[in-house]
Every structure is written in structure tokens, then in C-alpha cells.
Design a binder for this molecule. Structure first.
Ligand SMILES: Cc1cc2nc3c(=O)[nH]c(=O)nc-3n(C[C@H](O)[C@H](O)[C@H](O)COP(=O)(O)OP(=O)(O)OC[C@H]3O[C@@H](n4cnc5c(N)ncnc54)[C@H](O)[C@@H]3O)c2cc1C
Length: 510
């Protein structure tokens, strides 16, 4: 299996080797946790002793400065041991460390980061609430400013590391003003520490996976915290959360790679030793195909994760890439673990191998840190916006000699911005794109210089004459148009629209 990517620096390559050795040494302890459900305190201490809690923390604050790539490398290896270990580590990174490194002031960094780097303080991130899930902007927990303090009230649920963490990065509402809400300036981010009066654990959830990691509901009842615990400015909460979620998605996805690798390790070794119908099950092509699919899912996920991490380390905000990695890896990890069980047959489904436990862990990968549906929304919106220039509609016209619809790159002779000129363009477009409306820009590209207002005036007149149908967007603005049947008939002779391949029998055409 490929270990280091060629773009990793020496520190990261070394880290990968050390983390791999640690994982291999600790896998038995990880298996114990899936039976005992005990929090991995001892292993976390070992992780801390290696300085890995400081992987993302700059050296000046006692960290390693190994970047997002560095923490991802560690999360990947810890996730081979058990989900509780990997999650407790990762959640500290995206529940405090990232927010402080990226948005904290000097005093906050000096106060918290060296302790976090030494693993003395574990973290948690608190976004979700009983009535607020995917729609995170709707957070109801409030933070009221009173002198040098903020007073927090509300509940947070599904919080990983609840109770075990020492510091909690909490997002709360600091403004009810509609204009702040409209500009996403209504939220702020705070550090709340364990032991603050009024801050308590309400519930610990029984879950089918991530065994050993407490996950629960936290209650904030008039919780007073110093104003200096606010990260960034009042109103910066949404921005801090979005940055944090990009980081979280990369790191969370890195933690899906370990179980996929373990699944491959098990299926390959298992099938080399399992004999049915007088042959090893690894020699059966259908099992080889499944393993090939597993390898493809694993290697593609790994590439996406470390590509997004590389972008982050290069100072690029990889919103789409982080969401793509998360969407793909989370769905791939479920496929890979399910296939591993299939290839191992009944043994795969017993608790006597770790594969079924990893399988139960995979489902929540598609829910935490934003669901697969939310990832698809982020990818669709973000990518189409970023690629808008490359995605312009090609101009398609009727080929002069071949009389077929074809796209062109050379500039067209432009029509006059008159009713007749616009109708001709719409009629020609019907031939090339028979089911499509034309946008105002599509039409303008083919007209001599004209403004939106002039074009809208022409289209409105044509619509009143029944020659054009206009499409309005959700805000009621005219955005597209097409020729009506009458418009097509007026613009061109019917023969213009005919397109009959030569092989069609003449008898069949009338
Ligand atoms: C094990 C576990 C650990 C977690 N850890 C943490 C943590 O540490 N900190 C934290 O803050 N949160 C945590 N969460 C919460 C997690 O982030 C949320 O569960 C997740 O964001 C989804 O919110 P929800 O469960 O309320 O589902 P809902 O938002 O109610 O969604 C339900 C369904 O509707 C779909 N849906 C919602 N909106 C849309 C839309 N606009 N378009 C299409 N589909 C939509 C969703 O995709 C989903 O399929 C954790 C959750 C779990 C299960």
C-alpha cells in the first residue's frame, strides 16, 4: 500500500512512519475498547507524549507545525486502532485547536495552545442542538453580554467527547437583529471549560458505533464565561464555524481511511487462508473483483483527503474539495467495510474480527460534520459557482453545409437588436437546442451591442404579440426566453427546421 505521497515533506513522512508503528502496536488495545467501551485514556496519554496533539499547532506555541497533512496522517493511523481513539484525537483538533490557531488572539493562543499541544486539554465542538442540525445558522443557544462576561443559555446535542473534553468550542447567538442574521453576523464562538458553574452533561447517547467515545447532550444554564473566551470578534461565529468545518471534514475523512485499510488487510489475509470448493477464496475472481473495488475506493478516498489537506496547508480554502473528500470517503467506507464482510462470509459478521465493528462505525460518517446531502449541496453550489467561467454555454448553430446543429468557436455575424433580429436568433436556437430557453446573455452574445433593459423591452413586446415566451426567475426578473410556435413560423420557413438523416426512407417523410 502506498504510504507517503510524493508532496509530503520529511517531517510528515517521518510522522507517518511513527504513527504507523504506534497503530500496529496498539491495535490489540483498540479491539479491547470495542468490547469494554472504555474511554481510551491511556492511549491518549501515549499520543500526547509523542507530541501529536500539537501536530497542527505552530512550533512557537509548543506544537509540531506539521499542518493539516500532519494531523490527517495521525488521524488515519489512529483510526486503524479504534474509532474512540481517532475521534477523541480529531475532535480535539476541530474542537478548539483549529479555531484557536486560525482565529485566536495572542493571549488566547499562549493560554491554551501549549497545554493542548501537550495533550493536557482535550476538546469538543458544539454546533448541533436538539432543534438545530443541518441548518446550523439557526442556532438557538444564546450568549448575552454582561460587562466583562458572556452568559450562555441553551442545549447542545450529539457532542462527541462530551464530558471527557476539557474545553468546548461553543457557537452561540449574540444577535437577534434581522440584518445581522441576513449577513450571517449573528453567531459568535466561545471557549467554555469543564467545571464552569451551570455547564453540565445532560445525557450520554447509546450508539451502535464509535464505541468508547462519549457522545451526548450538554446543558448551559446561565453559564458565565469571561469575554476574553470569545474567539474572534462578536459576529465572527459563522465564518469561524465554516473554516472549522472545512478542516473537520478533511480530518474526519482521514479517520475513515484506517478502517478501510484494515478491511483490506483482513480480506486479503483471510481469503488467502480460507478454502472452499477446493480452492482459496482469494483465487475466486468474484472475490478479487470485490477486493479491487475496495482498493479503488480506499485509494481514491486517500487521494481526495490528502489533496484537500495539501490545499489547506497551501493557504487555499478547499470548501468543495473538503466536501468532496468527505462525501466520497464516507460513502466509500461503508461500501468497503460491507464488501469486506461479504468476502469474509459469516466470519466477517461475527464480533470475533474487528471488521463488523468498523462497519457499524461507517454509517455515521455520512451524518457527522455535515450529512451527505449537505455535502452534495456544498459541492453543487460551490463548484458551479467556482467554475462559472469555464462552464459557459457553447454557441450552437445550424451548420451551413451539413445542415446539422453544431457548436462554433468563431464569432458570429451579429444580428441587429430589433424585434426581428431577436426572433431570428430564438428561431435559430430552436434548431440547435430544440428544448431550451435562451438566457439574456445567450441572446446578447448574438446581437449588436445592447443592454439588458433594451433586450427586455424587445422580448416583452414580442411576448405581447404572442411570438415569444418569457421565463422569470424566483425574484420575478426576466431571465430567459424562447420562440413560441407562432414565433418560429414567423421567423423562418418550416423547411429551415427540418433535419432528416439521409438513411431515412423518402416514403416516410412528408
Ligand atoms: C455520532 C455523532 C457524532 C456527532 N458529533 C458532533 C459533535 O461533536 N459536535 C456537533 O456539533 N455535532 C455533532 N454531531 C451532529 C451532526 O453534525 C448532525 O447530526 C448533522 O449535522 C445532521 O444534523 P441532524 O442529525 O439534526 O439531521 P437533520 O439536519 O435533521 O437532517 C435529517 C435529514 O434531512 C436531510 N436534510 C436536512 N436539510 C437538508 C437540505 N437542505 N437538503 C437536503 N437534505 C437535507 C439530512 O441530510 C438528513 O438526511 C454528531 C452526530 C452524530 C450522530
Amino acid at each position: 500500500m502506498v504510504r507517503a505521497f510524493p508532496w509530503w515533506n520529511e517531517k510528515q513522512k517521518r510522522l507517518a512512519e511513527e504513527a504507523k508503528a504506534f497503530a500496529e502496536e496498539n491495535i490489540p488495545k483498540g479491539e479491547e475498547i470495542t468490547w469494554t467501551k472504555k474511554y481510551p485514556t491511556e492511549m491518549l496519554k501515549e499520543v500526547a507524549s509523542k507530541g501529536w496533539f500539537g501536530a497542527f499547532i505552530p512550533e512557537e506555541y509548543g506544537g509540531m507545525g506539521a499542518g493539516v497533512t500532519g494531523v490527517s496522517i495521525i488521524a488515519e493511523e489512529l483510526s486503524r486502532v479504534c474509532s474512540a481513539l481517532a475521534c477523541a484525537y480529531a475532535v480535539t483538533m476541530f474542537g478548539g485547536v483549529e479555531q484557536l490557531v486560525m482565529h485566536g488572539n495572542n493571549e488566547q493562543k499562549e493560554k491554551w495552545l501549549p497545554k493542548m499541544a501537550r495533550g493536557e486539554l482535550l476538546g469538543a465542538v458544539c454546533i448541533t442542538e436538539p432543534f438545530v442540525g443541518s441548518d446550523a445558522a439557526g442556532i438557538e443557544t444564546t450568549a448575552r453580554r454582561e460587562g466583562d462576561e458572556y452568559v450562555l443559555n441553551g442545549k447542545k446535542r450529539f457532542i462527541s467527547n462530551a464530558g471527557a473534553a476539557d474545553i468546548y468550542c461553543v457557537y452561540a447567538k449574540t444577535s437577534d437583529q434581522p440584518e445581522d442574521r441576513a449577513r450571517y453576523r449573528h453567531l459568535s464562538a466561545f471557549i467554555v471549560t469543564k467545571g464552569t458553574p451551570g455547564f453540565s452533561v445532560e445525557r450520554i447517547n447509546e450508539l451502535p458505533g464509535w464505541l468508547g467515545l462519549p457522545n451526548g447532550v450538554l446543558d448551559f444554564n446561565e453559564v458565565r464565561i469571561p469575554a476574553e473566551n470569545r474567539i474572534g470578534e462578536e459576529g465572527d461565529g459563522w465564518k469561524i464555524m465554516m473554516d472549522g468545518l472545512n478542516f473537520e471534514r478533511v480530518l474526519f475523512s482521514a479517520g475513515m481511511l484506517g478502517p478501510m485499510r484494515e478491511a483490506l488487510r483482513y480480506v486479503i489475509n483471510y481469503t488467502q487462508r480460507r478454502v472452499q470448493f477446493g480452492q482459496r477464496t482469494i483465487d475466486m475472481p468474484t472475490n478479487q473483483f470485490k477486493i479491487a473495488d475496495m482498493i479503488t475506493d480506499y485509494t481514491t478516498s486517500r487521494l481526495l483527503v490528502y489533496y484537500a489537506a495539501y490545499l489547506m496547508d497551501s493557504g487555499i480554502v478547499p470548501m468543495v474539495e473538503a466536501a468532496t473528500a468527505k462525501l466520497f470517503a464516507s460513502e466509500a467506507s461503508e461500501r468497503v467495510l460491507s464488501q469486506a464482510i461479504q468476502v469474509m462470509g459469516g466470519d466477517g459478521w461475527t464480533r470475533f474480527y474487528p471488521i463488523e465493528s468498523f462497519f457499524r462505525d461507517t454509517k455515521v460518517n455520512q451524518i457527522g460534520a455535515g450529512t451527505s446531502e449537505v455535502m452534495r449541496i456544498v459541492i453543487f453550489r460551490g463548484w458551479t459557482r467556482a467554475m462559472a467561467k469555464e462552464l459557459t454555454m457553447p454557441i450552437r448553430i445550424k451548420h451551413e453545409k451539413l445542415k446539422i446543429p453544431i457548436s462554433i468557436t468563431h464569432p458570429l455575424a451579429k444580428a441587429a437588436a430589433t424585434e426581428d433580429g431577436v426572433l431570428q436568433i430564438l428561431a435559430e436556437d430552436y434548431f440547435a437546442n430544440p428544448g431550451l430557453y435562451m438566457t439574456l446573455d445567450d441572446i446578447k452574445k448574438r446581437l449588436t451591442e445592447t443592454t439588458d433593459e433594451q433586450l427586455i423591452q424587445i422580448l416583452t413586446t414580442l411576448e405581447q404579440k404572442g411570438l415569444v415566451k418569457i421565463f422569470k426567475d424566483r425574484k420575478g426578473r426576466i431571465s430567459m426566453a424562447k420562440a413560441t410556435y407562432n414565433g418560429l413560423r414567423k421567423a423562418k420557413p418550416l423547411d429551415y427546421y427540418k433535419l432528416i438523416p439521409e438513411w431515412v426512407s423518402k416514403e416516410h417523410i412528408f
